[in-house]
Every structure is written in structure tokens, then in C-alpha cells.
Design a protein around this ligand. Structure first.
Ligand code: UDX
Length: 460
């Protein structure tokens, strides 16, 4: 399909894995329809462009970059990074460089038909796009439900649910069932007002945009999408799950470690392995790390566990494990720094995914029909965990406050032994519903056609 031939889309992703990956997948979907792409990317977390030879990358740098007074460097403190402070600084530091870069791209000839920016960049991208004379759309990489909850924040504040109080954590939010107070998407921060501003600005930006593209599918979030439609009053395009559209994205370069993981999985029985990963940002305390290690060992199932270097607070990698732990588990468990998650979840040996419930991981697990053990860590992950466990019923919650070896053993055994009635069947049913949405006449495919027409209409 060549509808987009001769037309260029500019993209502006937020520089984090959970946001960059769906943006690149979206570019690949559009590239398949003939569009070409320029990706404006911050120097912060700049990706390896050689992995995406079809796309042109432009780096934007900010004032004081790399110098002592670089605010982004200063945001890294010994107690870790406050993600709210970091996002707020990224928005400040890159606002002007982004404006200059977009102006140069649009002024540089070639037909630029629109800008697609991550919703978290907020209203500035919409304002800048308008000023430069290009239509601006936003990509929301999280769920539609989380957007509805952010929209409800003023009500939640009025009713006293926010700021969250420790004593009310288990209370039902009657305005947003089945959410409990502890499921409200919040981030632990010393800058609560900044967090409210970021979220409000995201909603304003979406409302000013020419449409919101969503990595979700209608059958999964129909009611929330209807609410978003009412709230945002711009066209919505739920075309996900992005990674399941048939398009060509050059495969991630495989290394020897990937091969070793596949070899190890190949040796395991079908649906016998617990795959454990807490995504690309979440960090855990050393005592939680030790409980997870012992819980996994005691549950006596093979496990594949991603421990990112730096994920355990105060440790480089595995040094806080009891001595001999790795040797003692032998072939029964495998601890690695990173995996190709799509490949792992699709492997027949994987029987459960113990996840932090990031939105990408949630969708990836749903698409492979893998039951989840949910340990949300921050932001939308709490809400995703509640929906996985109580709405779609394709997983079980194992809250962070309950991370203790005996509880872990109990939940892992329960999911693996299918003690939860009908869990695996529900996972397969939901996987089937995702496939229907992605099929030729399915809602995601239809929305994609509408989206392509919408973007093409910007020419006229
Ligand atoms: C962040 C936020 O934490 C989350 O709340 C929001 O929903 C999305 O952005 P992140 O930690 O990046 O989440 O998790 P997730 O959204 O699940 O994305 C992680 C991505 O990294 C997934 O696409 C996953 O496939 C990939 N991954 C993770 C790997 O490929 N290998 C790994 O070892 C771990």
C-alpha cells in the first residue's frame, strides 16, 4: 500500500523504552503504507539509529548539555531519579530545541503532513505545531482507562482521595469502580504539584491536537474509549496492539545471550516457566529482591528472571544474592540482564509472566495469552494490575507490600497449577479478541484505515 508515498511524518517520542518502542512501531505501521519518517529525538537516551535504517533521526540538544550545570545530570541523585522531576526537566530543556528542529524540518522542503508527539510532551507541541503550520497528533502509549482517571483527578482531589492517604488505600473509589485508592495512578515524588501539572498539560495537549492515536484495542477498553471520546472531543484511533500489525521492522539484533535464552527455553516443558520482568524503569529494594529470589527458588518451577543492572537499589547487579544462590539453582532458573520479551512471551515453554504491569508488557502478554502475576510499582501500573486481575481476569495480584517468599510461592503455584478457575481459558479468549480486532475487518484495522485517511486529509 502506497497511500502515503511522498509524504513525511515527523515524530517526537518521549525518550524512555516504554514510550519510544510504541512510537517506532507506529512509524513502522505507517511506513508500510508508504509514508516516510523523521524522528526528532532528545540527546537524552538517544537510540542507536542504525537499528532503524528506514527512518531519519535528528538529535536535539539542550543548553548546558554535559556541563556541570546540566539540570538533567543534576536530576540524578544518590537516592535515584525522581521521574516527575525528570519529565518536567525534559519538557523544559527541550522545548526550544524542539521548536527549532520542527521549524527546520517543515521549512526544509518535502511534504511534511503532520507531527506525532508523545502525549506526555503536553500542549507545547500542539502550540508549536500550529505556530509552524503543521497539524499535530498525539500518541498515547498508556491505556485509555488511565487517561480517564487522569481526567477525573480534580474530582478525586475534591472528594479527598488525592493526595493518597495510607489509611484509605483499600477503600473503593466509588466514582471509578473497581479501582481502589491504591490503584489511582500516582508516582512517588517530592514534587506532587509538578505531577498534577504534567498530567493536566497532557490532557490539554490531547484536546488541542488533531487526534489521539492509542496503543489499545476497542474490545479491551470500549467504555474508557467512549469516555475519552466525550472528554477529549477529538478523533480517537485505537489501532493497537501496535506490535501485532503485519509490517516490517528490522529484527532487533540478536546476540549470543538471546540464543542462550532460547536454547534454555527450548529445553523446558510447555507452559512450565515463570518469566519475571519489571520493565525498563522500576527499581526494587534489596530485601524485596531477596524475597523474590527465595520465593522463585522455593516454588520449584523453572524461571527466567530479568534483573536489569541498577534495578536493585544500592546494588550493581546480583551481588546481594546469598552466596551460592546462582550455582544452587543450576539449570532450574536463569537470571539475565535483558531479553527479547516478545520472543520470550511467544515461547511455548512460558506458563506465566510475573510483571510490573507496564502497559506494553500488559498488551504483549495479552497477545500471547500468557497469565500474569501482577506486582505494579508506580503510575498507571497500579491501575493496569487491577484491570488485569479484576476486570479482564487474566492474572492475579501480588502486591508489593506482600512480596514475601511464602506468598510468592503461593501465588506462583496457584497460577501455574491453574488453581484460579478458568484463568488460562480467559487468557486465550482475550488473545483471540485481540486477534479479531487486528484482523482485516477488525476494529483496529478499520481505525488504522481511518487514521491514514485522516492524515492524508491534512494535505487539502
Ligand atoms: C513505562 C512506565 O513505567 C509504565 O507505567 C508505562 O505504562 C509505560 O512506560 P516500562 O517499565 O518501560 O513502563 O514497561 P513497559 O510499558 O512494559 O515497557 C517495557 C518494554 O520493554 C516492553 O515493550 C518490553 O517488551 C520491553 N522489554 C522489557 C524487553 O524487551 N526486554 C526486557 O528484558 C524487559
Amino acid at each position: 500500500m502506497e497511500e502515503g508515498k511522498g509524504r513525511r511524518i515527523i515524530m517526537f517520542p518521549l525518550p524512555f523504552t516504554g514510550h519510544f518502542t510504541p512510537m517506532i512501531e507506529l512509524a513502522a505501521i505507517f511506513h508500510h503504507r508508504g509514508f516516510s519518517f523523521t524522528i526528532i529525538h532528545t540527546s537524552f537516551n538517544f537510540p542507536d539509529p542504525s537499528r532503524y535504517p528506514h527512518f531519519t533521526f535528528r538529535t536535539i540538544t539542550h543548553r548546558n548539555e554535559g556541563e556541570e550545570e546540566d539540570p538533567l545530570l543534576q536530576s540524578k541523585t544518590s537516592s535515584g531519579t525522581d521521574i516527575v522531576v525528570l519529565i518536567s526537566l525534559l519538557k523544559q530543556c527541550y522545548a526550544e530545541p524542539f521548536r527549532q528542529s520542527l521549524a527546520a524540518e517543515v521549512g526544509g522542503g518535502g511534504k511534511v503532513c503532520c507531527l506525532v508527539s508523545d502525549a506526555l510532551w503536553g500542549r507545547n507541541t500542539a502550540v508549536v505545531a500550529e505556530e509552524i503550520g503543521v497539524r499535530g497528533m498525539v500518541l498515547r502509549t498508556g491505556s485509555a482507562t488511565s487517561m480517564c482517571v487522569y481526567e477525573a483527578f480534580p474530582v478525586l482531589k475534591d472528594k479527598g482521595y488525592l493526595p493518597i492517604q495510607e489509611t484509605r488505600l483499600d477503600e473503593l473509589v466509588t466514582e471509578l469502580p473497581p479501582l481502589k485508592v491504591k490503584d489511582i495512578p500516582m508516582i512517588e515524588t517530592k514534587e506532587l504539584e509538578k505531577l498534577y501539572q504534567i498530567l493536566n498539560d497532557m490532557l490539554d495537549g490531547a484536546k488541542l491536537s488533531s487526534g489521539v492515536i492509542w496503543n489499545t484495542f476497542e474490545d479491551l477498553e470500549r467504555l474508557s474509549l467512549m469516555d475519552c471520546n466525550n472528554n477529549l472531543q477529538v478523533p480517537l484511533f485505537p489501532i493497537g496492539p501496535f506490535h501485532k500489525h503485519s509490517y516490517y521492522l528490522p529484527p532487533k539484533s540478536r546476540n549470543k545471550d538471546d540464543d542462550k535464552i532460547t536454547e534454555w527455553l527450548d529445553k523446558q516443558d510447555p507452559q512450565s516457566v515463570v518469566y519475571v520482568s519489571f520493565g525498563s524503569i522500576a527499581a526494587i529494594e534489596e530485601k524485596e529482591f531477596l524475597e523474590i529470589a527465595l520465593g522463585l527458588k522455593n516454588s520449584e518451577r523453572p524461571f527466567l528472571w530479568v534483573v536489569r543492572p541498577g534495578m536493585v537499589q544500592g546494588a550493581e547487579w546480583l551481588e546481594s544474592l546469598p552466596s551460592g544462590f546462582v550455582e544452587n539453582i543450576g539449570h532450574k532458573g536463569k537470571i539475565v540482564k535483558w531479553v527479547n520479551q516478545l520472543e520470550v512471551l511467544a515461547h511455548p515453554a512460558v506458563g506465566a509472566f510475573w510483571t510490573h504491569c507496564g502497559w506494553n508488557s500488559t498488551l504483549e502478554s495479552i497477545c500471547e495469552g500468557v497469565p500474569m502475576i501482577c506486582t505494579p510499582c508506580f503510575a498507571d501500573q497500579h491501575l493496569n494490575g487491577r484491570y488485569i486481575a479484576d476486570v479482564w481476569r487474566v492474572g492475579m495480584l501480588l502486591e508489593r507490600s506482600k512480596i514475601e517468599r511464602k506468598e510468592i510461592e503461593k501465588v506462583v503455584t496457584s497460577v501455574m497449577m491453574e488453581k484460579e478457575d478458568g484463568l488460562r481459558e480467559r487468557c486465550l479468549t482475550l488473545k483471540g479478541r485481540a486477534n479479531v480486532c487486528l484482523s482485516r475487518d477488525g476494529s483496529s484495522s478499520k481505525y488504522l484505515d481511518k487514521l491514514v485517511s485522516h492524515v492524508l486529509s491534512f494535505d487539502s
